[in-house]
Design a protein around this ligand. Structure first.
Ligand code: AOF
Ligand code: ZN
Length: 368
């Protein structure tokens, strides 16, 4: 199962609304167990892991054991049920880590296998399996994406400066090792979100630039109540390649108002570049997040700045908190971080700490 979980992790962030499931098929012909096939849900979400592993195994699947990180599906969705495929291939035993909360499956896959006489074990390495499928499980169980909030703090607990050097973005707080780690984090996320303050100050492109992972850039989302994002921004200019969603609040309907026209013109300019302008109140995270979930976005990485971070924390919508602490100090002109290492309140607990060159990363997870 540990191998199935490792294989399943390969396509995190690549399978759309579908979880990245791992499946390993093992045979024992008397000389000890032999791994004969392993597969992960394909990019885009189909084919599922089991059908690919069964295709690899061929006739050798007869009498073998399949280890799957998620309960095999029982529904006719875009593909026929994996439970049927396992039965037809003559698999003798299926070991499952996590039961699928999808209402179309939710125990039915396991029941189908048992009815066909297959021995089924569930809950194997369940805590690890749950962690690997966390984003998908959060979306199915809570109807919103799993939210990771990442903050980079200066040595004195600031996440930026009020006054920016002319023509330059925020001061660099963390070094290259931390930034590489964040690039990997982006690659594994379905969406990445910043506030308009950060979008204007830093003009980030928020894409993945790691060699070989350039096609893994997540959907980019900007909370921008007054539609200030410039069509000249890096985000807008790259929107045709990697999707950008601007959450721009509700346009007032009283036509004739000059502001409304100017705003509509800005919306049109952004739309022409491929930016999706959404009329949702960016302050209503309780409505926005379910709307993102219903588009199939399971994992959301929130990258700043202070106001956006505070609004997610205040709304109780943060599942995981990553606090990087770098070596520079910012001083009196700094914008204080809403949370600081060692001072993160319940329900968060510190789950790990790690050094990245001169920086330190503390990870906190929500317990309730
Ligand atoms: C599996 N193996 O590898 C995955 C599963 O839209 P569909 O037809 O692809 O179905 C999506 C659902 O299938 C998804 O919500 C989840 O319940 C399950 N994903 N199941 O047997 C897999 N990725
Ligand atoms: Zn399936």
């Amino acid at each position: 199962m540990a191998e199935a979980i490792a294989v399943g992790a390969r396509h995190l962030g690549l399978t759309g609304s579908n979880p990245s499931v791992g499946c390993v098929i093992v045979r024992d012909d008397g000389a000890g167990p032999r791994l004969i096939a392993e597969a992960v849900t394909a990019p885009g979400g189909r084919p599922h892991a089991e059908t690919q592993a069964l295709a690899q195994a061929g006739e050798a699947a007869r009498g073998a054991t399949a280890y799957v990180t998620l309960e095999p599906c029982s529904h006719h969705g875009h593909t026929p049920p994996c439970a049927d495929a396992l039965i037809r291939a003559g698999i003798a035993r299926v070991v499952v880590s996590v039961v699928d909360p999808d209402p179309r499956v939710s125990g039915r896959g396991i029941a189908m296998l048992r009815e066909a006489g297959i021995a089924v074990e569930t809950g194997v390495l369940e805590a690890t399996g749950e962690r690997a499928l966390k984003a998908y499980l959060t979306r199915k169980r809570l109807g919103r994406p799993h939210v990771t909030l990442k903050l980079a703090l200066s040595r004195d607990g600031m996440i930026g400066a009020h006054t920016l050097p002319p023509g330059r973005g925020q001061v660099a707080i963390t070094g290259p090792d931390s930034r590489t780690y964040v690039q990997h984090l982006r690659a594994r996320s379905d969406a990445i979100l910043v506030g308009i303050g950060t979008a204007v100050a830093d003009d980030p492109d928020l894409t993945v630039r790691l060699p070989g992972l350039e096609d893994r850039s997540p959907v980019r989302i900007v909370l921008d109540a007054n539609l200030r994002l410039s069509p000249d921004s890096r985000l807008a200019r790259t929107a045709a390649r990697v999707p950008v969603i601007v959450v721009a609040g509700v346009l007032s309907a009283d036509g004739g108002d000059r502001d409304v026209h100017a705003r509509q013109a800005r919306a049109d300019a952004l739309s022409a570049l491929g930016v999706e302008v959404l009329e949702w109140d960016p302050r209503r995270l309780d409505l926005l997040l379910p709307a993102l979930a219903s588009r199939g976005l399971s994992s959301l990485l929130v990258e700043g700045g202070a106001r956006t971070a505070a609004s997610f924390l205040d709304a109780g919508m943060v599942d995981r908190l990553l606090l990087f602490t770098g070596s520079p100090t910012i001083g009196a002109d700094g914008i204080a971080s809403p949370v600081k290492p060692g001072l993160v309140p319940a329900p968060f607990v510190h789950t790990s700490g790690e050094a990245f060159g001169p920086d330190h990363l503390d990870i906190y997870e929500r317990t309730a």
